[in-house]
Design a protein around this ligand. Structure first.
Ligand code: ADP
Ligand code: MG
Length: 451
């Protein structure tokens, strides 16, 4: 249920009480509309799925013609030529891959991962490097205000100023700061205008003329000169607040690491992703503490949307996967070979530029969908090869005159059916992903507890 000041999602149904709502966005900007757009785009694009099979088409045709030609030559009977070609069915080549990829996309959807087209699965199956954003991606982005260190203003004044500015931000830290001010029933000063300065924070002009900055230290220091940085414990981040040229205070937020984050990184490593790095707008100490906990060795801290793009483009080996969230990550998600957006808190611009969107709040879905992609490609290739081998076998039988054309025509349909049924196994790929979810060390713990 909602309270005063909350954001109301499109499609929300009101109960009995009356209320006043201000529309802040157009229908086209709603979560619902952006998911519909993603799905429409997925439906429109189908080309890359066929690529896999295209590689086999020419060799297969040549082999079929050679076998048929030899059969004719050896038997001296042109009917033999026809009998061979009747069972040379191209159907597994044409249809097994698209069927498997549709199945893989449907499997991914069951895991709450919307994939824009089959080509994404094909590329994801080959991924060799990955870059992870920190705030809102490796961490929950459901931060809580822990404590406020006052500087030139009191704690509650600092919170008041910060909340006034953060009302206009979509950053993951904006909601908890506004919520903390509301919990203390603080009156927020009027804001004449506010600007989100990507990866830095918010810059707001108050009605009285004061200029408030909320965000990372370097951004605040532009107004205040050098400031003290408090000691942070693991899982904590600091947001600095200035008013005019003074540091008002520092808000300490806890931004816990997502459950399964470490496990997701190790599953990707296990699946052959050789290089895994963190790219974050946050400062190095916080970034490094998170990286260490989740098992990432390489950290790029204090990056901007532009430097994130440059870093990700320079990563080798390719293809490279980027996992991110929020407005800041939209460019880098588009620049990576595969971008996956974490959109559990609602679809943002990141979702539009990503190749796949995780609509739940579970980072393990990254490793799950990587598994589904490998399984899908495996099933597609298996189905194609099964069709080719059975078809070539039948061609050889026909070449020696043991397969009349009518029987061949019927059997050829059976081959097609076998290939399609085999490809449909991809519909169940998500089951395997659940099994792939590292229960490896848990039994050992259970045993220890039993003893
Ligand atoms: P990441 O790249 O890891 O997602 P961000 O660039 O989103 O990180 O944020 C990094 C840091 O920038 C935060 O820890 C915070 O200090 C600061 N920051 C950026 N925008 C805001 C904002 N609107 N409110 C508070 N802090 C912000
Ligand atoms: Mg982020």
């Amino acid at each position: 249920s909602y309270g005063a000041g909350d954001h109301v999602l499109s499609g929300t149904v009101n109960g009995t009480a009356s209320f006043t709502m201000r529309a802040q966005k157009m229908a086209a900007d709603s979560n619902y509309a952006s998911i519909v757009r993603l799905v429409e785009r997925a439906v429109e694009s189908h080309a890359p799925m066929v690529r896999l099979a295209d590689r086999y088409a020419v060799p297969f045709t040549v082999v079929a013609l050679l076998i048929a030609g030899f059969a004719w030559f050896l038997s001296g009977d042109p009917v033999r030529f026809a009998e061979v070609l009747v069972v040379a069915t191209p159907c597994p080549l044409l249809i097994a891959a698209p069927v498997a990829f549709m199945g893989g996309m449907s499997s991914a959807a069951r895991l709450n991962v919307i994939i824009k087209d089959g080509g994404v699965l094909e590329m994801l199956a080959r991924v060799r490097s990955a870059a992870f954003d920190k705030t809102g991606t490796l961490t929950q982005g459901k931060a809580d205000v822990v404590v406020i260190h006052p500087a030139s203003r009191s704690s509650s004044e600092t919170l008041q100023l910060a909340a006034a500015a953060e009302q206009y931000s979509v950053h993951v830290f904006a909601d908890p700061i506004v919520a903390a001010a509301r919990a203390q029933q603080l009156e927020l000063p009027d804001v004449t205008n506010a600007d989100e300065v990507a990866t830095n924070g918010v810059l707001a002009h108050l009605a009285g003329g004061a200029v408030v900055r909320v965000g990372k230290p370097a951004f605040i220091e532009e107004a205040t000169g050098s400031i003290d940085r408090p000691e942070l414990r693991a899982g904590e981040t600091a947001v600095y607040v200035s008013v005019g040229d003074e540091l008002a205070g520092t808000i300490i937020l806890s931004d816990p690491i997502r459950p399964h984050a470490a496990d997701t990184i190790s599953r990707l490593r296990g699946a052959g992703v050789a290089e895994i790095v963190m790219v974050t707008g946050d400062v190095a100490p916080t970034a490094e503490s998170v990286a260490q906990t989740v098992g990432i060795q390489t950290v790029h801290a204090e990056t901007t949307p532009q430097t994130k793009v440059e870093i990700v483009q320079a990563i080798r080996p390719r293809p490279v996967l980027m996992v991110g969230d929020g407005i800041n990550d939209a460019p880098v998600l588009a620049a990576a070979d595969i971008g996956i957006a974490m959109a559990g808190r609602g679809a943002t611009v990141a979702s539009e530029s990503a190749a796949a969107v995780i609509t739940s709040n579970d980072i393990a879905r990254v490793a799950d969908v990587a598994y589904v992609s490998r399984r899908t490609v495996h099933i597609a290739l298996q189905s194609i090869w099964m069709g080719i081998i059975i078809s070539v076998g039948l061609m050889l039988v026909a070449a020696f005159g043991y397969l009349p054309a009518v029987a061949g025509a019927l059997l050829q349909e059976v081959v097609d059916l076998v290939a399609i049924v085999s490809a449909l196994r991809a519909l169940r790929a998500h089951k395997g992903a659940e099994r792939d979810r590292a229960p490896r060390h848990e039994p050992a713990q259970a045993d220890a507890a039993a003893v």
